[in-house]
Design a protein around this ligand. Sequence first.
Ligand code: PMT
Length: 401
Amino acid sequence: MKVLLGITGCIAAYKAPELLRLLQKRGCEIHVAMTENAQNFVTATTLAALSRNHVFTGMFSDPDSVSGLDIAIDHIRLAHSVDLLLVAPATANALAKFANGIADDFLSTLYLATRAPVVIAPAMNSDMWSHPAVQANLRRLVSLGVSIVEPEEGYLAEGIIGKGRLAALETIVDRAFQAGAPPQDFRGDTVLVTAGPTCEDIDPVRFLTNRSSGKMGYQLAQAAQRRGARTLLVSGPTKLDPPGGVEFIDVRTTEQMREQVMKHLAEASIVIKAAAVSDFRPSATAGQKIKKDGQSLFLELVPNPDILKEVAAKKESRILVGFAAETESVLQNGLKKLEAKSLDLLVANDVSQPGAGFDSDTNIVTILTRDGKRLELGKRSKADVAEQILNEILAFRKRHA
Ligand code: PMT
């Protein structure tokens, strides 16, 4: 795998030569681009010696170039030729530039020019990490398909303990391989994923919905697509951009989601239902905005169709995966749903725990299978949970081949 290692200016940059060596040990060819600030922590000479390649340090500051133009052209050439862009460590400044499309140095320009998968391992002070602006940039990057290797809790350069230390180098290397050279183990499959909430209109301005952000389902769709599947994503309204390469079907209500799922069911070999579907809808939608008149308003709700149950009735040989968002007796309720909805796998989600379920970037789930397997996953990014669910689908299929 040909990797472009981007290094930005923070103390963790001293670990970059070791990261480079680990990637080389796994057979990678490495090219390095450093920001100006990164050169305060590690030298280009060290990285050139280790990588045995020219190290890019600036758009117009390269001693070998006849003019800045050579370098500007080089960044496009390099951007197009790598299998992966790995930025480690990434500062808050680098995240902000990538998230907002600012291209004012070699690395940020290269980020915009490449179509290779991007993995970013941030490192910074814990207060900076938790700042809403940094978190907003991270969310934006995740929605653009970037894999974030979250920093760890630990002893920081400032002498305090907090979250912000660069992730373990082995973890970064594993994530680099997952992103840059994903196994094509879903080639030949068509995976249909549902994601996000559904909205049920009360009147032209009000509706019933839930807190689903779509993140879990979008990560599943992206992972399936990257692992070679033709992927259909049927999504309720979210703020996310659809992952590249996925066939995106936009819906609003449960009835619309049902219609699209049933329309495409025949094409799907695997169905994964991560959407948080409204179980009820108003019995009628008012044509005009309902006016207040000082009196209580009673809404009559009628049950929505259970899409998963309808799919299960036409299951045939396809693999059917459901989710269960629970706040109590998670496993017992999960097992009941596995049975009641004739599923092959059920992802039981304890949505009462911090860092799990709705709208968070992480999740805590237990994957249950029809043949009695149980895999408990501690708190992980939704990208990792998605990969694990796909692994369990393949393992289940192998056991029942
Ligand atoms: O979108 P995020 O913010 O990332 O949050 C992720 C999530 C919490 C939404 C996701 O991980 C999750 O748990 N999704 C399922 C939520 C849910 O609606 O669970 P449920 O227990 O009500 O439904 C069980 C299953 O039946 C689900 O697969 C659901 O898609 C399906 N269902 C439910 C009702 C209905 N009328 N039709 C359905 O198909």
